[in-house]
Design a protein around this ligand. Structure first.
Ligand code: NAD
Ligand code: UDX
Length: 469
């Protein structure tokens, strides 16, 4: 079994960065180098004042402790590959935009390019670890590429080690993971490679939480975990529509259902719809996989989880229009929150983007506020979804506000799109005083105390509650 002393991580993003920073922190005897083609990103990881490229609670502290000691960030991909015993491939695998499987299949181009680069420059044996989320049997393609291009006396062992961290809680998730999953071939070499990676995690993860399985099970487990988590949200959101129509209360229903120990209480929060870079992409990937395997019923089953999520976002936008007397044209609306969830600056697939797009198409005037998202990111996301728009053209009707209070001034309605805790504690009386009347609040996150707001005078609409206004 190889004693891993040098690790290279290809991809310094939301997964590669935090994951390998924590490995460096927990394994001071291992040198960890995280590389990326994106120089701006690497410069940010190396910035003297720790202006890191991603916002994640606790991350800065980890990087402060390990950077320069045994944690390095670099754009010299070749050198880091050559030096390492073990290489994580943690590059992006977005949904394909064109060609076969467009809109569903994962784009494996970045994985393939990284794999070819490893094959080309490695001059000693390596354990190559697939960290990116990929369709089942991708490791096979990686192995074929590596073996077809390797030099004499260089061997590659491939492992699958999907990442289960959630953004916003990544550091805690990495410090105390529910499980670490390592997939390998069941050959002697495969098991030895698996043992080498297991020893790395065993520096801080209890052995019984490190699961060793076959390669294909490992790859599929990642898609399965995300599909089942997202399915819980779509299930609760489907029920929220019934609650609104009947007078039942979705929080009470979720609580009652979640008390059953077979169901469990977590991940049953009704919302305006799930976002994030993973759920939709990975489910569509599973749908595509099912279709390729000639399993149309299975594909349709998982597809419905994404369709329900789209329906929820549409339904919420429609409720806003209906409640504001069937028109929002020319009306000013505040959207609080732009990130896909609290405690992250990430906006990928954020429900807020869809809501703003819908309000914009109804010709509303919109104030947006988010405590963490960069303004440039907001303009980029919105120009992508509004056909033919530029940041300049959007600025005629959309304003980015410097605070929640500022965003809510002189508006007809406030929409809570992200569950940032600061929206709970803003001075709602002050918000009310500064708004046009009737003052509407639409809580897409079951965040605020609706009764308290109603006492102030607001007309409050909450996801999954029968008693409207
Ligand atoms: P990301 O886009 O934040 O980071 C990927 C990085 O890889 C980018 O900085 C890109 O420049 C770099 N890159 C691409 N090709 C490269 C190459 N050939 N050489 C060097 N660098 C290269 O993506 P992410 O959110 O970190 O996700 C990475 C993978 O992890 C995806 O497969 C994703 O599905 C999976 N995943 C993500 C999360 C999450 O919460 N974001 C959680 C679990 C799994
Ligand atoms: C998810 C998985 O949780 C993680 O294990 C995987 O590695 C990556 O994908 P992430 O997308 O970062 O993580 O965040 P998550 O906490 O799962 O939230 C995803 C979306 O679902 C967010 O928009 C969140 O607001 C929403 N959500 C979550 C709900 O609407 N209701 C819930 O009960 C939970």
């Amino acid at each position: 079994v190889v004693n891993v002393t040098k690790i290279c991580c290809i991809g310094a993003g939301y997964v590669g960065g935090p994951t390998c920073a924590v490995i460096a922190l927990k394994c001071p005897q291992i040198q960890v180098t995280i590389v990326d083609l994106n120089k701006a990103r690497i410069d940010a990881w190396n910035s003297p004042d720790f202006q890191l490229p991603i916002y994640e609670p606790g991350l800065e502290d980890v990087v402060r402790k390990a950077r320069g000691r045994n944690l390095f960030f670099s754009t010299d991909v070749d050198k880091a590959i050559q030096e390492a015993d073990l290489i994580f491939v943690s590059v992006n695998t977005p949904t394909k935009k064109a060609g076969v499987g467009a809109g569903f299949a994962a784009d494996l181009n970045y994985v393939e390019l990284a794999t070819r680069q490893i094959a080309r420059v490695a001059n000693s044996s390596k354990i190559v670890v697939e960290k990116s989320t990929v369709p089942c049997r991708t490791a096979e393609s990686m192995r074929t590429i590596l073996e077809a291009n390797s030099k004499p006396n260089v061997r590659f062992d491939i492992l699958s080690n999907p990442e289960f961290l959630a953004e916003g809680t990544a550091i805690n998730d990495l410090f105390a993971p529910d499980r670490v999953l390592i997939g390998s071939l069941q050959s002697a070499e495969g098991k030895a490679a698996c043992a080498a990676l297991t020893n790395v995690y065993a520096n801080w993860v209890p052995k019984e939480r490190i699961l060793n399985v076959g390669l294909w099970s490992s790859e599929l487990s990642k898609l399965a975990a995300n599909a089942m988590l997202a399915q819980r949200i779509s299930s609760i959101n489907a029920l929220s529509a019934i609650c609104e129509a009947t007078g039942a209360n979705i929080d009470e229903v979720a609580n009652a259902v979640g008390y059953d120990s077979r169901v469990g209480p977590k991940f049953l929060k009704a919302s305006v719809g799930f976002g994030g870079s993973c759920f939709q992409k990975d489910i569509l990937n599973l749908v595509y996989l099912s279709e390729s395997l000639h399993l149309p019923e299975v594909a349709a089953y998982w597809r419905q989880v994404v369709d329900m999520n789209e329906y929820q976002k549409r339904r919420f936008s429609q409720t806003v229009v209906d409640t504001l007397f069937n028109t929002i044209t020319g009306k000013r609306i505040a959207v609080l929150g732009f990130a896909f969830k609290a405690d992250t600056g990430d906006t990928r697939e954020s429900a807020a983007i869809t809501l703003i797009k819908n309000f914009h198409s109804e010709r509303a005037l919109i104030n947006v506020y988010d405590p963490k998202v960069e303004h440039a990111q907001i303009w980029q996301d919105l120009t992508e979804v509004v056909p033919g728009s530029t940041a300049e053209s959007l600025k005629k009707t959309i304003t980015i506000s410097p605070s929640a209070l500022e965003a809510c001034k002189n508006v007809e309605a406030v929409i809570i799109a992200t569950e940032w805790s600061e929206f709970k504690t803003i001075d709602w009386q002050k918000v009310y005083d500064g708004m046009n009347k009737p003052a509407f609040v639409f809580d897409g996150r079951l965040l605020v105390d609706a009764e308290k707001l109603r006492k102030i005078g607001f007309k409050v609409t909450t996801i999954g509650r029968g008693e409207r206004l």
